[in-house]
Design a protein. Structure first.
Length: 320
């Protein structure tokens, strides 16, 4: 059996750029893509949810493996690894690990996904290696970027509220989850082996040649001779300033989607969830201007808060 390569995010680390501009161009890619989403990544995530609930997923996983083998054998040579990508595997709702750092949740010693990928490696994908690719980002930049992304779900969002959130974050007693090496990277290396875990930095996406070389050295044949487009999303964000992020317009539909994410939204339980989303989309159009009062166009991190946040992160990483 060929190798299985899973790219799992993190969110806000160039995952969409990687998916849209290089992964989907390859014959061995089984989702997510803007052109051809075969649903293999989505269906694996749905099984992951059942696994996180403690359910027996052996039958589901066997069916999923056979479907992946069927699709990939029709597309590629036998030695080409199967390639999937979805940052939903990082989902804090399922893993019991904080996903949005300014609003910590959960108390698991390690993400449930680590147990899940260990199960796939030992019980399901037994005639090939399971490999994991993770993209990371400088943590101060990532934390603030996550706040900016979540601003569509935050009713009162402006510079003052942002600074209050950063201050509150720095005063949290338990910030161990922010140590990605301890919480994600080391546990994955422990269950898969160090040679089967690749950590990329978002800066690696700016050089398509270096990126393809790293991926192909990690999993030979996983990336074909495709051209990676410039990371325009990151460049546009940086045009605001190295420590400035745009605030999104408040959206009730976006907040509703966040509220029903995880188990309920991913399982698509009936028309009630969809009807609620449509209702709030209509409300957004009717009241969009009203909801935008007391919101700035962007947020920025002053040097005092940046230094304080940096020291907190450094202290956590040094301690762990």
């Amino acid at each position: 059996m060929r190798d299985l390569v899973l790219h799992i995010g993190f969110p806000k680390t160039g995952s969409t750029t990687l998916q849209n501009n290089i992964l989907y161009c390859n014959k061995n890619y089984l989702g997510i893509s803007p052109v051809d989403n075969l649903g293999c990544a989505d269906s694996l995530y749905d099984i992951f949810i059942d696994f996180a609930k403690g359910e027996n997923v052996l039958e589901e996983m066997e069916g999923w493996r056979k479907e992946v083998e069927r699709i990939i054998s029709d597309r590629c040579c036998k030695k080409t690894p199967a390639l999937l990508s979805s940052e939903f595997f990082f989902d804090g709702n399922v893993n019991g690990i904080a996903e949005f750092p300014l609003v910590p949740k959960g108390s698991k010693s390690q993400p449930i996904f680590v147990d899940f990928v260990d199960y796939i490696n030992r019980e399901i994908w037994t005639h090939g290696n399971v490999k994991v690719v993770i993209t990371e980002r400088e943590k101060v930049d990532w934390i603030c970027s996550k706040y900016a992304e979540a601003s569509a779900n935050i009713f009162m969002c402006n510079q003052s509220k942002f600074e209050d959130a950063i201050q509150s974050f720095c005063e949290k007693k338990d910030l161990s989850w922010i140590n990605w090496e301890g919480v994600w990277f080391s546990p994955l290396r422990r269950v898969l082996g160090a040679e089967n875990v690749l950590v990329l930095n978002v800066a690696d996406l700016d050089s398509h040649h270096a990126l393809k070389e790293k991926l192909n050295n990690f999993a030979p044949g996983v990336i074909e001779n495709t051209q990676l487009k410039k990371n325009t999303r990151m460049r546009n964000r940086k045009s605001l300033g190295s420590r400035e992020w745009a605030i999104s317009r408040y959206s009730m539909a976006s907040r509703y989607r966040k509220m029903v994410s995880g188990y309920m939204y991913r399982k698509r339980r009936g028309g009630v969830v969809y009807a609620g989303f449509v209702f709030f989309k209509i409300a957004d159009k009717l009241f969009s201007n009203f909801f935008q009062f007391n919101r700035g166009g962007s947020i920025y991190l002053n040097s005092e808060l940046e230094n304080k946040l940096g020291l907190v992160i450094e202290r956590v990483e040094r301690k762990l």
